[in-house]
Design a protein around this ligand. Structure first.
Ligand code: PRT
Ligand code: MG
Length: 222
C-alpha cells in the first residue's frame, strides 16, 4: 500500500488534476466527507488528509510514503531547515508547480519601510514564517523583532502589534482589502512532492512509477 499525504483546500484541489492525468481518481470529496483516509481508483494507493504543515512530519516518520507540501511549509519545517536544496530526511524530487504564490513583506501604506531599513531601525515583524523571515532579514542586514502568529497576519500592522508582516500573497486582494502594501519580495513558492527515503527503497517500483507519473503530468501541463 502506498499512502499519499495531502492537505484539504488548494493543495488537494491542485493535486487532483495531476493524479487524474496519471489515470488516478480520488474516490471521495474531502469537502463533503469527514473521512481522513480516502481510497483511490488505483488499488494500493490511498490518500490521507492532514494539516498542510503536518505533511513533512507524516512523510518523514513514515505515516505517509509521500506527500505534497508548499515550499513555505518545507522551509519552516525545522528538521528540514537548510535542506531547501536537498537532504534533510526527506527526498524532494519534484516541483509540482501548483498552489503557486510568493512570500513577501507587507506594511501599512503610511509606514516607510525603505527609510526604516536605511536608518537601521528595529522593525517589528509579525509572521507565521519565523525561520524564513529570520534568514531573509539576516541576509539583508535588517534588524527585526519577530512576532510569531498562527494566522490573520494582516491584522498585526492594523492594530499596532507590528510594523510589517511576512505572508504569502497570490492575487494581492487580501492585502488590498486591509490597506496593506507589498514592500519586498522574499521568494516564489510552489508545492513540492516529498518522499520518505526508506519507503523509496522498500517500495521502489511502485513509488518510482507514481513519481514518474507526477512528473509526466507536470511536464504535460507546462
Ligand atoms: O489553512 P491552514 O491553517 O489549515 O493551513 P495552511 O494555511 O498552511 O493551508 P492552506 O491550504 O491555506 O495552504 C496550503 C499551501 O498553499 C500553502 O502552504 C502555500 O504553499 C500555498 N498557497 C498558495 C497559499 C496561497 N497561495 C495563499 N494565497 N497559502 C495561503 N495563502 C493565503 C495567504 O496566507 C493570505 O492570507 O491567502 C491569502 C492571500 O491570498 P490573496 O490571493 O488575497 O493574495
Ligand atoms: Mg490557510
Amino acid at each position: 500500500m502506498i499512502t499519499l499525504a495531502l492537505s484539504k483546500g488548494r493543495i488537494f484541489d491542485d493535486t487532483l488534476p495531476l493524479l487524474r492525468a496519471a489515470g488516478i481518481e480520488v474516490l471521495e470529496d474531502p469537502e463533503k466527507s469527514r473521512k481522513l483516509i480516502i481510497a483511490t481508483s488505483r488499488p494500493g494507493l490511498r490518500v490521507v488528509l492532514v494539516r498542510a504543515s503536518d505533511v513533512p512530519t507524516y512523510v518523514r516518520h513514515g505515516g505517509a510514503d509521500l506527500g505534497v507540501a508548499g515550499l513555505d511549509v518545507l522551509l519552516e519545517d525545522r528538521d528540514d531547515a537548510g535542506a531547501a536544496l536537498g537532504g534533510g530526511g526527506l527526498y524532494r524530487p519534484l516541483d509540482l508547480q501548483i498552489a503557486c504564490c510568493r512570500m513577501s513583506v507587507a506594511t501599512r501604506a503610511d509606514f516607510d519601510y525603505a527609510a526604516a531599513v536605511r536608518q537601521g531601525s528595529r522593525i517589528r515583524v509579525a509572521t507565521k514564517y519565523t525561520h524564513t523571515a529570520r534568514r531573509h532579514f539576516a541576509s539583508k542586514g535588517v534588524h527585526v523583532d519577530l512576532i510569531k502568529l498562527y494566522g490573520s497576519m494582516e491584522l498585526a500592522p492594523l492594530t499596532g502589534l507590528a510594523d510589517a508582516i511576512v505572508d504569502l500573497v497570490s492575487t494581492g486582494s487580501t492585502l488590498m482589502a486591509n490597506q496593506l502594501v507589498e514592500v519586498e519580495h522574499i521568494l516564489d513558492v510552489s508545492s513540492r512532492l516529498v518522499v520518505n527515503p526508506a519507503a523509496l527503497k522498500l517500495k521502489r517500483e511502485a513509488l518510482r512509477a507514481l513519481i514518474d507519473a507526477f512528473e509526466a503530468a507536470v511536464v504535460a501541463r507546462a
